[in-house]
Design a protein around this ligand. Sequence first.
Ligand code: CA
Length: 291
Amino acid sequence: MIWEVVNNHKCALGEGPVWDHDKNRILWVDILEGEIHQFYPESRLHHVYKTGQKTGAIALKKSGGIIAALENGFYEIDIDNQLQNLIYNPEEHLPDNRFNDGKCDPAGRFWAGTMAMNDMPGAGKLYVLEKDLSVATKIEHVGCSNGLAWSLDQKIFYYIDTLTQNVITYNFDISTGHIANPKIAVQIPKNEGYPDGMTIDSEGMLWIAVWNGWKVVRFNPLTGQKISEISLPAAQITSCTFGGKDLTDLYITSAKTGLTPEQLKKQPYAGSLFVVKNSGYQGLKTHQFLG
Ligand code: CA
């Protein structure tokens, strides 16, 4: 499959791509630079909003605007009017933690998890921001909270704690958001890299970005078997999502943070937002926040 870069911008730590089917735009974040990026493929307009904090993940609000998991908690952001309001910081007592990956579930709740900035194992948690803006803890003792996805029948929640190398399945109750009965679905061998962000396609297969793996891999979560992979010209591949009018373009984020000048010479596109157009696969419509 042929990749291309959407433009020449390079993030320190590009992450969390979100396709907006209402406005035909792709959004993503640069966690370390504290930026929310918007790119309109048709006009090629690129807009950058600075949050002033490390920016783990965003989701679109159905009613307009953005929900974000920033270094200092859950925020509501109105980019057009440059407004941001703190909703709640569940880790005010943990200044060495920050939010990482997050996503909305099919019922419109926003899930986002944390990690220690010094990578201390078990220091993070996975939280959910409910539609009434209350916050609950979902999973304790997380190393690096990362990829999230929900199955097509909305009965399974898939979750990556990068430090475990695994994708875990939980039974998911869409009416309450309750998760239970964790089991390993997919294991990424350490010599292939670290599982990072992920998305699911219309056949129920998982697309997993592999940090230090130069690739996105497609796995069958029912068998744990790898089906295929897409090679990319950057080692630190961080997340992916389907976009475009037919949801057949695969957008892939990457990072250049931590690379030596020597490595950067060999990875001139590190930090880019890549797209594989007309991938031959189709994603699902992005779930939006219904609060
Ligand atoms: Ca990530």
